[in-house]
Design a binder for this molecule. Sequence first.
Ligand code: ARG
Length: 583
Amino acid sequence: MQAITKILTEIVSDAFEKSGYDRALGAVTASDRLDLCQFQCNGAFSGAKLYKKAPFMIAEDVAAVLREDGIFEKAEVVKPGFLNLTLSDEYMISVIKNIEADEFCGIPQAEKPQTIIIDYGGPNVAKPLHIGHLRSAIIGESLKRLARACGNTVYGDVHLGDWGLQIGLVIAELNERYPDWKCFAEDFDADKDKIVPLSAELLCEVYPFASAKSKENEEFKEKAHTATFELQNGRVGYIALWKEILRVSVMDLKDNYSKLDVDFDYWYGESDADKYIPELMKILEDKKLSYESNGALVVDVALESDKAPMPPVIVRKSDNSSIYATTDLATIIQREKDFKPDKIWYVVDKRQELHFTQVFRCARRAELVPAETELEFLGFGTMNGKDGKPYKTRDGGVMRLSDLIDTVTETSLDRLENSAFVSDEDKEDYAAKLGMAALKFGDLINHRAKDYIFDLDKFLSAEGKTGIYLLYTVSRINSIMKKAGESRSEFTGIYTNAERELMLKLVMTGDTFNYAMDEKAPNYVCENAYQLAVSFSRFYHENHIMDEQDEAKKASWLALAKLTRKVIVKHLDILGITAVENM
Ligand code: ARG
């Protein structure tokens, strides 16, 4: 079904037309003064210029038509020409029933569904996930679910960093530690020779060690560079070892992402783009875009209108190795070939904005995708500690994502210690779900581009804009439904203001989703879920559902509680949050 403002715009446009005015004047928006009306239309003001008539008179003509069909309880003109609208209860209920019956829960479906690739996660093989990877995973996953819920075909691609210097560092270090391994021999035979299985622990330890070593040891650094270059040029022993590094690393990554309930349709890596690099280079050369500069190959991407300096993008370094921009450009070729996407969204730290501006401009100049294909950088801010600086471990190091997840889960387990609602065997499962709800909602409630402060106490609070408050609301409705058992549940009318307010929020949900999708911003979904919960809470406190003697009233309230639960759970699902039964 369509968003309510769209439906009402049609109705009001019809009324403009019926009154002899242009129907394009009929745009309806939500009211910002709920004390006056629920919706408004300001079209009479533009009409005044068009028809040389007072806006008040135009609005009156339209209101007279609108008063006829029972959709509005109030179609009122306020001088100098505002048209204030409030739905009749009958109409409100008919919309609510449509939402109840809608398989998409009232979320408007795209008129022209698009194919969207979301590049998120962006972990690097051989390096453990750290908290810098958290936001990309949470925001990207939520955008994927949001775009899907709106009827688009969406593919999530993790875009593994599996081809860079970090692999060369690991290979060089392993070579120094285990020179006898067959994979280091010149005559390594992929068919016959075995690779020594690696462990996740070893891998975790080797990379930081090798990285630190390369900073003080020139000779080792050189070795790592050579190893990277030889790997990228197909040295068999290195490829075999790299595959083993990949296997162990991806296993560990999948384990972490599954704790976050984040999953990807494609586990492509930078290495998968490698085979498109020759094609990329040829296009850049044929179109005369690339040229040599200080031994490197570069493409100009500056525009006259640039206010800040925009350096050329380097597509090949002087030592002939390809770099970050090269793989991103080649990946665009790969994606165009495989999916012909309408949009590619990159959910990456906003500090990488310059890189993406360069890459997109180069891709446009080289026409790697059709002009109408959207390439968009959705940068996100930093998760800070209470001191306002990027969140760190106690000793000032970068915190591993798995440690953060453990901290959050353990803290929520502590809070459940004395819970009368959760049985002992459920506690671990609940702690994981509550922890994730706290963490994800605490992140997603902020506009993605903003920095925010990681405050676990606040995130785990059952009051305020938190994931826990939402889970609590759902669990409260669960217990009402349990008590109600087989009681009749059916919308029969609107009996109180609190109901009307809650229904209006439910009815506005379609608009929220349109907005969140246009802005590519899950925080609007968070805000709406919170608003629904607040309105539900007011409704619940003012009306005593289970004690109600009037059968029809009780049935209607139960139906409203049930629908509210369904819609909130849908919001949570889009945020990647799982509700719990009882808490
Ligand atoms: N691996 C990169 C990093 O850790 C992020 C990748 C983002 N995606 C992309 N297409 N470049 O910084």
